[in-house]
Design a protein around this ligand. Structure first.
Ligand SMILES: [Zn+2]
Length: 234
């Protein structure tokens, strides 16, 4: 995982810097999993100054969403981010060199059943509030019950191990779930460990008729726009 789009551009800019190789002959591969994301999240939270903390957090979440829930060619997304908005021109998508243009991004989590996933998150995983972040992947895998939850989310087919990580990262990027510290642990300290991090469902507040209401972000259909959902949900 990368902490920001600036680092992302820095790293993939090293590929074929001399422009001597054929297009696509060399590549930049980014490997991400839940713990690499949480490690970077904890690193942001370690910052003592709240403004530095929130800037780093914003950069991390922006990079995560461009990478795991892309809505356009990665190259275009990066150009849009770094070029002057007044002179930016969309040069069109790349020739099938990024996961968005090849369609590989659809495989990050694969196709899931939203109803089953929402049910699993609300009734089985977060039914008692927050859970230890490092246990989330194994809760979804549900080996203890011979993979019952996993099968309900993805259907009967077998999935790649990485797709559980892919799904969790997409849930973070879509702000359906969020990391938080366990009780008694606070931001701005140096000694955070992964076991100090919990995950919870994101709650959104909205106003209606002068009163404010709280709803879980997962109940908003728009929160799921980046996911590949099976036909039962369409
Ligand atoms: Zn592309």
């Amino acid at each position: 995982m990368v902490p920001s789009l600036t680092m992302f551009v820095q790293e993939f800019g090293r590929v074929n810097r001399l422009l001597a190789a054929a297009l696509g002959a060399h590549g930049y591969y980014l490997y991400l999993n839940v713990s690499s994301f949480l490690t970077l999240w904890a690193r942001c939270m370690r910052q003592r100054k709240p403004e530095v903390r929130s800037r780093q957090h914003r950069d991390l979440m922006k990079a995560l969403s461009v990478i795991v829930t892309p809505t356009e060619c990665y190259h275009t997304a990066v150009e849009r981010e770094f070029e002057c908005p007044l002179t930016f021109v969309d040069r069109g998508r790349c020739p099938n060199l990024c996961p968005y243009c090849t369609g590989a991004y659809k495989d990050f989590a694969g196709t899931v059943n939203r109803t089953e996933l929402v049910g699993a998150l609300t009734s089985s995983i977060f039914d008692r509030g927050q859970v230890a972040a490092m246990k989330l992947v194994s809760f979804i895998n549900d080996e203890k019950n011979s993979g019952k939850l996993r099968r309900s989310i993805w259907g009967k087919k077998t999935i790649k191990t990485g797709q559980v990580h892919g799904l969790v990262l997409m849930l973070f990027a879509a702000e359906i779930i969020e990391p938080t510290f366990k009780e008694g642990v606070s931001a701005g300290r140096n000694n955070h460990r992964l076991k100090d991090i919990d995950v919870r469902l994101v709650k959104k507040t909205f106003q209606r008729d002068g009163s404010s209401y709280e709803v879980f972000a997962l109940n908003d259909p728009n929160a799921w726009s980046a996911f590949q959902l099976n036909s039962d949900n369409n």
